[in-house]
Write a protein that binds this ligand. Structure first.
Ligand code: R5P
Length: 505
């Protein structure tokens, strides 16, 4: 962390904050940084490597040292909100928006000087009270001769209307539903908002030098039916516990601001695996998470494939809505497997009920028998054991269904057992692709044709790259949108789970 923006007058005029150990909050900036880190060899990745695979909406510039300028190579559209209309090949000095160009040049200079990525934050004043909070990343790139001479950049802009003077309350959203999406759930939130045909409500997330955070709505919520979308998976620099605390405080702020009803929508709910005591004096984390949400004033919680539905429903005294991705997986695999003999396997006994419901659902759609199987599994001190496999998988395509993939160990050993018992093709289906630690290497070595997950968790660019070719992601936005619409208007959630969103089988 640095206070460069405070101490260097030329930077202070341009930026509110500059950080040389960046931990971006925005989706585009986070993805660009991950891409940079994943491609890094030595001091910095090469310009050629990074630019060949620029899928996260970033941009790249090459230094023109003799002119003390930078030339845009790719991503003119992505950087246009700062520079105005520019074409690839143009120089910063030619950009219509002079201040934007100065900001970029200063930031690029800093990143190349430090040899590390740099992240800045500043506020753009657009017209009247319109403001935009900007997060801008620049990361150095090496040219063919190894010298640092180019930058990878990304921009994250959050538009909002500046709060009115203190005596006036902030304007209330005129949407019937106020939907906020925190942190890395923003992209999913935008998809849900699109399905609901509403605009995502704006909020501000600030990170202070000592890592404390502040998250507040930027629109009035008095008497509103408010939904806060926050998947609570841990990621580098932002644990599930950090995200949970931010969600709690945000709900507290909404309550203080007079929201009529607040629903926490946590597609992935953290700490749900510790739902009972397995050792003396163990905590029961699921219940403690429930108590925290209730204490701060949440009226309702919605989760998708909570680890143990009974534990989830029992932990909360407020309404706990348990959605599942069964209809999404069934639609996908009915199409994928067609008439092929198939079996559904649970990789542990705890997931057997989930797998059996899925098997029945798939059997109904396919209108031919689908076999089943399951695997024994014990986990103690992080080690997985248990070798017993029971099931009719010989000569069949197998779908191994679980709620989540974390280290990948559970799925990899089940896949090996299925192959040893004669399965022809092996697919993994898991609602939450957490892909922690070395999951991709555990899965790479297992006999798996395809890994199908949903987008409850924002996948890191690095993981997506490493599992490329075998990873399929199904979208949960229609399911969440339909659930929110029904909760708002008093519709049936059971019916939604029976039919799936938008009439999916
Ligand atoms: C545990 O009971 C869960 O349902 C998953 O099977 C487990 O958490 C997966 O973890 P990993 O991928 O680390 O084996």
């Amino acid at each position: 962390m640095t206070t460069l923006a405070q101490t260097q007058p030329y930077l202070k005029r341009l930026f509110e904050r500059i950080d040389l150990a960046p931990r971006p909050i925005g989706v585009e900036t986070s993805r660009a940084l991950e891409h940079w880190r994943a491609s890094r060899r030595g001091v910095a990745p090469t310009f050629a490597d990074v630019v060949a695979d620029l899928r996260h909406g970033g941009f790249a510039f090459r230094a023109v040292p003799e002119a003390r300028d930078y030339e845009i190579v790719i991503g003119a559209k992505a950087v246009a909100p700062l520079l105005g209309a520019v074409a690839e090949g143009a120089r910063l000095s030619e950009a219509p928006n002079r201040r934007g160009a100065v900001r970029l040049r200063r930031l690029f200079d800093e990143a190349l000087r430090a040899g590390e990525p740099a992240l800045v934050e500043f506020t753009l004043v657009e017209k009247g009270r319109d403001r935009a909070g900007v997060e801008l990343l620049a990361a150095p790139l090496a040219l063919a001769d190894g010298a640092l001479g180019a930058v990878l950049g990304a921009l994250n802009i959050q538009r909002y209307e500046a709060p009115a003077p203190a005596h006036e309350p902030p304007p209330a959203t005129d949407e019937p539903i106020a939907l906020f999406a925190l942190g890395s759930s923003r992209a999913l939130g935008e998809r849900v908002a699109r399905e609901l045909a509403i605009t995502l409500s704006p909020h501000e997330e600030r990170r202070f030098e000592d890592e404390e955070r502040k998250t507040r709505p930027l629109v009035g919520v008095r008497d509103k039916d408010v939904y806060v979308l926050a998947s609570l998976e841990g990621e580098t620099g932002d644990s599930g516990a950090d995200k949970l605390l931010r969600l709690l405080f945000f709900i507290g702020a909404l309550r203080d601001a007079g929201a009529a009803r607040v629903t926490a929508v946590t597609p992935y709910l953290c700490y749900a695996r510790k739902d009972r005591r397995t050792k003396p004096l163990d905590p029961v984390a699921t219940r403690y998470v429930a108590q925290l949400l209730e204490a701060i004033g949440a009226d309702r919680i919605v989760a998708i494939d909570a680890h143990n539905i009974a534990a989830f429903e029992n932990a909360f005294r407020i309404e706990a809505v348990a959605l599942d991705a069964q209809a999404l997986f069934a639609r996908y695999f009915a199409h994928r497997l067609g008439a092929e003999p198939a079996a559904i396997v649970s990789p542990d006994l705890g997931g057997e009920k989930r797998a059996e419901l899925f098997r029945q659902r798939l059997e109904t759609i396919l209108a031919h028998p689908v076999a089943k199987g399951f695997m024994d599994k014990h986990r103690s001190m992080g080690e997985i054991a248990g070798e017993i496999f029971a099931g009719d998988v010989a000569g069949r395509a197998v779908v191994i269904l679980d709620d989540l993939i974390s280290s990948g160990g559970t799925m990899a050993r089940a896949a090996r057992a299925c192959r040893a018992n004669g399965a022809t093709r092996i697919f993994l289906a898991a609602t939450h692709g957490l892909f922690a630690r070395d999951a991709d290497s555990a899965l790479r070595e297992a006999p798996i044709e395809e890994i199908v997950v949903t987008d409850t968790v924002a996948l890191s660019e690095a993981v997506a790259q490493r599992l490329r070719g075998r990873l399929v992601t199904l979208g949960v936005a229609p399911l969440l949108a339909e659930a929110i619409a029904r909760l708002h208007s008093g519709g049936s959630i059971d019916e939604l789970l029976d039919t799936g969103p938008k009439g999916a089988p």
